[in-house]
Design a protein around this ligand. Structure first.
Ligand code: 5GP
Ligand code: ZN
Length: 110
């Protein structure tokens, strides 16, 4: 997607503070952190949000879910919060599926 900011990060066209990368996933620091540690984990493939997933994405999304806590752990987080906003009504602002990892001191109650 040529106008997608996260696809541009995947392509290396705009910079990001990357903390993890493999063939299918990328994780980087959120540009406007809302916690001591605020990471975003994305599949490299452009998928808008959870509503666009199909069974064909099962392996990819399983890989993401299994890898996500390892990414958090590598940043020193023993516990963390994971958020995925879906659609405008869900507060989504960037329409490339992403999982927020929030952790560290002062994590607000939910
Ligand atoms: P959403 O509301 O879509 O779940 O969250 C989008 C997140 O992407 C926000 O927390 C926002 O700060 C982050 N973000 C938006 N643009 C950029 C960017 O260019 N680089 C990085 N690293 N994060 C971004
Ligand atoms: Zn994208």
């Amino acid at each position: 997607m040529s106008n997608c900011i996260f696809c541009k990060i995947v392509a290396g066209d705009i910079p990001a503070s990357k903390v993890y990368e493999d063939d299918h996933l990328l994780a980087f620091h959120d540009i406007a952190p809302k916690a001591d540690t605020h990471l975003l984990v994305i599949p490299k493939a452009h998928i808008e949000n959870l509503n666009d997933l199909t069974p064909a994405h099962s392996e990819l999304m399983g890989h993401l879910l299994v890898t996500l806590p390892r990414i958090a752990g590598a940043q020193g987080l023993k516990g963390f919060r994971t958020i995925t906003n879906t659609g405008v009504e869900g507060g989504q602002e960037v329409f490339h599926i992403h999982f927020h990892i929030l952790g560290g001191a002062d994590l607000p109650g939910f």
